[in-house]
Each structure stands twice: as structure tokens, then as C-alpha cells.
Design a protein around this ligand. Sequence first.
Ligand code: DQA
Length: 152
Amino acid sequence: MTTDPTLVLLLSGVNLNLLGDREPAVYGSATLEDHADTARSAASALGLRIEHLQSNAEAELVEAIHGARGRCGSIIINPGAFTHYSWAIHDALAAFDGPVIELHLSNPDAREPWRRTSVVAPVATGTISGFGSDGYRLAVEAVARLVGQPSA
Ligand code: DQA
């Protein structure tokens, strides 16, 4: 298997399947599929492809990160609340060679104190948070540059 630099794994963690319905004052009214579409459009304009998985199960996200090794060029991950305590996701991302973007719709640093800890940040190339849906476009643009897409 060879790594495809144009293939981006987009991972959505726990509770993000409820977007659109869940706490709209915090997360907005767009659904997760709307955000994935934003990422797909940005990706296709930059010659990238998105593979998207949402799961409420930590193990499934860890397996997906393992599956990206030697196959995907980059990972964009909004882990949901796993951000704040999943050392398993931290370790899986540490074993991935390409760029990793940590993504949040809200700005966790401006919310409850327990959200100020991210165990993903130390293994992320960078973090995009607080820009709502636009963050999905920004994250794709960031990976395009990081993997050296000519049009980025
Ligand atoms: C979130 C922020 C997390 O603190 C929270 O647990 C989420 C969503 C965001 O996208 O803003 O579920 O990752």
C-alpha cells in the first residue's frame, strides 16, 4: 500500500452525529453532513479527496486512524468530547506520519474550564477552532498546503 497525499481522512467523534439538533446556540444549525460537504467542496477545488467517518465509539476512531497509516496523506479530526480525555486517540495520531489538523466548531478555550485541556493538541500539526462550518474549509486549505498540493 502506498500513501496517497491527496486522500484526507476526516474524522468526527462523539455526539457530532447530532449536529443541527444539538445545542444549536453553540454549534449552529448545520448538520454534520453539511460540514462534510463543505470539506468535500473545498477538497475538490484543491485536488484532494475526503473520506469521512463519524463514530461515537473511541475504538472505531482509533481503528480508522490505524487504517489511515500508509494510505492517507493527512487527517482532519473533530474528536468531540474525546478531545479532552482520549489518550487512545492521542497515541493513535502519534503513530500517523502525515499532518493532523484538530478541528472544532466552537472555541473550547472560551467555554467551561474542562474544555481547555486537549489531549489531541500535542500530536496535532495545528488546531482550528471557533469558526463554525468555515473551519472545515480552513482545515482542508491547511492540509492542502501541508501536503504540497500545487493549487493550494
Ligand atoms: C467540539 C468541542 C468539544 O468540547 C465538544 O465536546 C464537542 C464539539 C466542537 O466542535 O466545538 O462535542 O469538538
